[in-house]
Design a protein around this ligand. Structure first.
Ligand code: BMA
Length: 813
């Protein structure tokens, strides 16, 4: 097949005024306007409010290109667009080639008769998605509501566009339009490959890979089909009829090297190459089996992912789109975020349903890093229409996305939507007339999405919604920890104490979260120093949860002495978030195998904002992400007070038994050891067990007078301190923490010492992007600790020394 790449420089026209400016593809309107100096950066201050007009206007994208006459002599010539966002009409040399109103479908238009040899022009005219949604709403037979956020574009559920473009409780409302992914002109006279899909059959020492090729043939004929998987090859001649069809071929692989999730084994990938006639496709595949085990048991319904026959405890976070301005998305940023996930022992990412089906790069990186993907379909926190036009658009979308993505070994399951079963109970309309809306829900979710998934990918489970108790169950599963997956939001949204995390034992917790402020460096990108106050309009604008700052502040008053000044407020918010999520994860890892997964909300931010993320928009790890390195570590020693007893637990996610030394030290706040126990711990493979319990009164004189420190051989760092009451009740000593810094190749070593116990000791590198090997730890007198710092760009020792600062709990008030 011949192809002409149409990415690169385009011209953008504001239809209302005829103004033009340069634009790039892949790209979006707002980014082009920003580059042309026509709008301020939407992420700065409250600028977002001043650019709302952009989404309410029509925009036209245009490009000229040359086509040789040879190209036009091919039997079929087509224009292929991976993603047009959203309501678009496509013209070639002024004549209409087709239209699209779903950014999640690939569109292909026959343009042979529209092109001429020499210079040609393609124009894509985008009608405002917001105006389209509003006009569709006015024609609905009955309302179809969605959740409203502080800055919101209306009726977002009526257009097939990333739902969070319309504003979310962590994201700006930027109704971008534009062109992303590939856009090419293709030409062929024999055959074009439309999709390549594989199916694996595993037997002892052998895996048969069936390669299925979906094609379009320009003419009937006989063509060679050649396939290689690694060093294994197969070929045959296939007879094709004119038009669309499919052919398959088997390749046998002896002694297959299996793909495993991160932490359970390697991620060998086999290069797959397929040639049919004059077209070819290459990619990498991984060989593995995967099942979702939903078994009725004494607790309810299990939710366990089994890979290569092994039950995997899933650890990870929820993913939202990388950037609210799609043009700012880069592979480097994906690599950093997904690499950061894998670096803290995550093995699963949930691509959440209010965003988008991610780029090929995203899934390839997940394949390489062993990150399983829980893939939602793109429907979230809303009711949706079930008109024939809507359902047929969704059908095309799901068919395309499942066929595009199903060969990635990382993909673990297809899920119908985010929280749409719950949404049936959120709106007055659906409360009054649940029947009508549940019928519509079912037409969309089972009648369309589930049916198409079953048809296009028989190898994976379709999970109807997150949260849900499984197919055929339409109960709201938010608060039910017995069946399927759960979203546990009672701490954040309902104001319960952190201990409430220990009151539930979800089978799989696919969402739970706690907010914090981003790094000071991220704040500096949107607020001037004079606005460094949590109730300044700019800071409130970059907090999208209506009660967010109040919830954070109120929670401080329950656990901590109130922080002094803005910087300490930001620091303590991150400590608090880390503590909240650590409480949940440690408990849920103790109750494996009842619970077999925890995915916190959320990994990343799509603009600089106060949110539930563990990595902020600048890529900086919040203290939660450092804490995750400890609470997700394969071997975890954790403790809790249950009914007046202090219990120590060992959790082992490794697939082998381990013998370990554990040291449990009780200290007072001056650092004197009250009691120390050394234990020989037998950690059985893939299990959690109680090590020992003591009456608390036997261990400590009074809960506010001591803390307990847990350490395990080979620990990633000393983070296992346990307060036995709220830290605000304890008289912490004024520790004097000192730092020494030296260069070690491209990185640095920082040694910290203290004269008194110091808690949540946290290093900050100011404007120097990079990660510490550990952070937010306990520092004990007489036990200096050395951590490393790896900057993402080269810096001198002097520059680092000047930027480096340290905070700890006693310092914050
Ligand atoms: C959830 C998500 C998101 C939301 C988050 C925080 O339940 O599905 O819709 O951003 O909570 O409120």
């Amino acid at each position: 097949m011949k192809a002409i790449d149409l990415r690169g420089d385009w011209q953008l026209t504001r239809v209302a005024t005829g103004e033009t400016m340069p634009a790039v593809v892949p790209g979006d309107t707002h980014s082009a306007l920003l580059t042309a100096g026509r709008i301020p950066d939407p992420y700065g201050g409250t600028n977002e409010l001043d650019v709302q007009w952009v989404g309410r206007e029509d925009w036209s994208w245009e490009k000229s290109f040359t086509v040789e006459s040879d190209f036009l002599r091919e039997a079929q010539v087509f224009l292929s667009c991976d993603s047009l966002d959203t309501v678009a009409e496509v013209f070639v040399n002024g004549r209409k080639a087709g239209s699209s109103d779903n950014m999640f479908t690939r569109c292909r238009f026959d343009v042979k008769k529209l092109l001429v040899p020499g210079k040609n022009t393609v124009r894509i005219a985008f009608t405002s998605a917001e105006n389209t949604a509003v006009s569709r709403a006015s024609r609905l037979p009955y309302p179809v509501p969605h959740v409203l956020n502080p800055v919101q574009s209306p009726n977002r559920n009526l257009v097939r566009k990333a739902q969070c473009h319309a504003g979310w409780d962590w994201g700006p409302c930027l109704m971008v339009s534009g062109i992303t992914g590939e856009i090419i002109l293709g030409a062929f006279s024999d055959v074009r490959i439309d999709y390549v899909m594989t199916e694996q059959t595993h037997a002892e020492g052998r895996c048969t890979v069936r390669v299925i090729v979906e094609y379009t043939a320009a003419e009937a004929g006989r063509f060679p089909l050649n396939v290689t998987v690694g060093e294994h090859a197969a070929s045959r001649v296939v007879t094709l009829d004119r038009g669309p069809g499919s052919a398959s071929i088997d390749v046998a692989i002896h002694d297959p090297k299996l793909w495993w999730p991160n932490g359970c084994g390697g991620q060998p990938l086999y290069p797959l190459s397929v040639t049919l006639g004059g077209d070819s496709v290459s990619r990498k595949i991984g060989l593995r089996t995967l099942q979702l085990v939903n078994r009725e048991d004494s607790q309810g319904l299990s939710m366990t992912f089994r890979v290569n026959g092994v039950d995997i405890f899933c650890k990870g976070a929820n993913w939202i789109p990388l950037d609210a301005l799609p043009q700012r998305e880069t592979k480097d940023r994906l690599e950093h975020l997904l690499g950061s996930a894998a670096a803290v022992s995550m093995n699963m990412i949930r691509v959440w349903g209010g965003g988008k089906y991610e780029s090929d790069d995203f899934y390839c990186l997940c394949d390489e890093k062993g990150l399983l993907v829980w893939q939602d379909m793109m429907f979230s926190c809303a009711l949706y229409p079930a008109s024939p036009e809507f359902l047929s658009s969704v059908e095309a979308e799901i068919r395309h996305q499942v066929k595009r993505l199903r060969d990635h070994p990382c993909i673990a399951l297809w899920c119908g939507n985010n929280e749409d079963v719950g949404a049936l109970t959120w709106f007055p309309e659906s409360k009054q007339n649940r029947d009508r809306y549940i019928v519509d829900y079912d037409r969309l979710n089972e009648g369309t999405i589930g049916r198409v998934v079953d048809e296009c990918d028989p190898t994976r489970a379709f999970w109807p919604s997150s949260p849900s108790a499984g197919r055929g169950d339409y109960s709201d599963n938010w608060h039910d920890d017995r069946r399927g997956d759960m979203h546990f939001w009672s701490v954040w949204h309902e104001g319960k104490p952190f201990s409430a995390f220990r009151g539930v034992s979800p089978r799989f917790c696919s969402e739970f979260g706690y907010q914090s402020f981003p790094s000071l460096e991220a704040i500096r990108t949107y607020a001037a120093e004079e606005d460094f106050n949590v109730t300044s309009p700019v800071m409130e604008h970059h907090q999208r949860h209506p009660r967010g700052n109040s919830i954070i502040t109120e929670m401080f008053t329950r656990y901590f002495r109130f922080p002094q000044g803005f910087e300490n407020f930001v620091y303590l918010s991150q400590v608090q978030q880390a503590l909240a999520i650590r409480t949940a994860v440690e408990h849920w890892r103790r109750v494996r195998p009842v619970c077999m997964g925890t995915l916190y909300w959320q990994l990343n931010d799509n603009w600089p904002v106060c949110s539930w993320s563990s990595i902020d928009y600048t890529g900086a790890w919040k203290l939660l992400h450092y804490a995750a390195r400890r609470f997700f570590a394969p071997l975890l020693l954790s403790g809790e007070v249950v009914g007046g007893r202090f219990e120590v637990w060992i959790t082992n996610d490794l697939l082998e038994d381990r013998r370990l030394g554990a040291v449990i030290t009780v200290l007072d706040f001056d650092g004197s050891v009250i009691r120390q126990e050394a234990k020989d711990v037998r950690a059985r493979a893939a299990s959690a067990a109680l090590v020992e319990g003591w009456p608390l009164a036997e261990l400590v004189p009074a809960p506010q007078k001591a803390f307990i420190h847990l350490a395990l051989d080979g620990d990633s760092g000393p983070g296992g301190e346990i307060f036995l009451t709220e830290p605000k009740r304890c008289r912490l000593a004024r520790a004097n923490v000192t730092l020494e810094c030296s260069q070690t190749g491209s990185g640095f070593a920082i040694t910290l010492s203290t004269d008194k116990p110091a808690f949540f000791v946290s290093l900050f590198a100011g404007a120097i992007p990079g990660e510490f090997s550990d952070n937010c730890f306990t520092l004990l007198p007489g036990s200096p600790l050395t951590v490393s710092f790896q900057p993402r760009k080269a810096v001198s020792l002097e520059t680092l020394r000047r930027s480096l600062s340290v905070k700890h709990l006693r310092d914050s008030y």
